[in-house]
Design a protein around this ligand. Structure first.
Ligand SMILES: [Zn+2]
Length: 282
């Protein structure tokens, strides 16, 4: 099976029944192929489709000259270059899905903590900045991502290897705490932050999955806090993200490589030597 689960490109062939895209159209692919007729599909929950396939994970993906997908999965791009937007097909949509859930709960005057300003975190911050008036507190263990965070709309930046995040949040919010935490790391340490920084009724969104959640049940009861998981996002959410990219509200750093270079790129990725997102072109 060929890998490649973040896909965008130009339509080269369509089936007889396809009516929404034509040969030559630029498209961004939602990461899964859905059936459209099961109950989750009818509810708009693409990721819960009972007959789902996931190119790059369960069927041949996009690290090839051609990718086969379904009409329900493609979003026609009017003015955006597929090469520029490809990483939004999974990284971007996942960050957007989590940020949108947080935005639904955030009102002006609230604060939101974003943990881990990496490849997904810096997209999440830009989405929050575009869609919410809440104060954004970026947390990372290194200074360099925190500088990026400020460019992405963070109002405050906290280096958690130097400062105690809970104390800083306490000061910033006059002891009230934040309404939402977006955790792009999901380690034992970062999932422990929620109970320390959340106001009553708050949510800790788990997007990264590096470790475990270890909290006594009573912690969730006393503060009525929730841990909420995040699995990619829906087709309409990817359309919304494309609109944000089109408006210039969300920017992504990409570098382009040819398909011949894919093994070198994979090695460099493993060693943390790739800045931003590497896009492979056929
Ligand atoms: Zn379905």
């Amino acid at each position: 099976m060929r890998l490649g689960h973040e896909n965008a490109g130009t339509v080269v062939e369509v089936g007889d029944e396809v009516s929404t895209v034509d040969v030559g159209d630029s498209v961004l692919c939602h990461p899964v192929i859905t059936c459209g007729v099961c109950r989750p599909c009818r509810l708009g929950e693409d990721m819960y489709c009972e007959n789902v396939s996931f190119p790059g994970l369960t069927t041949d993906g996009g690290f090839a000259e051609y990718l086969r997908t379904g009409e329900r999965s493609v979003i026609k791009l009017e003015s955006i270059d597929p090469v520029e937007i490809a990483p939004h097909a999974d990284a971007g949509i996942t960050a957007y899905h989590a940020a949108k859930k947080a935005v639904d709960e955030l009102v002006p005057g609230d604060a939101c903590v974003v943990v881990g300003i990496g490849r997904l975190g810096h997209i999440g911050l830009q989405v929050l900045d575009a869609m919410s008036a809440a104060d954004l507190v970026a947390v990372d263990i290194k200074d360099e991502p925190l500088e990026l965070a400020e460019d992405c709309g963070a109002d405050y930046a906290v280096n958690s290897s130097e400062d105690d995040v809970a104390s800083v949040v306490d000061d910033l919010t006059d002891g009230e705490g934040v309404s939402q935490v977006l955790d792009f790391v999901g380690s034992d340490e970062t999932t422990a932050l929620g109970p320390d920084v959340l106001a009553p009724g708050g949510d800790h969104h788990v997007i990264g999955y590096g470790g475990h959640v270890h909290e006594p049940a009573q912690t969730l009861v006393d503060g009525e806090m929730s841990y909420r998981g995040t699995l990619v996002g829906t087709y309409p959410e990817l359309q919304e993200l494309v609109a944000l990219v089109d408006d210039g509200a969300v920017e992504l750093e990409t570098s382009t490589y040819s398909l011949d270079e894919i093994n070198t790129v994979a090695e460099r990725l493993e060693h943390g030597e790739i800045e931003g997102r590497a896009v492979i072109t056929p």
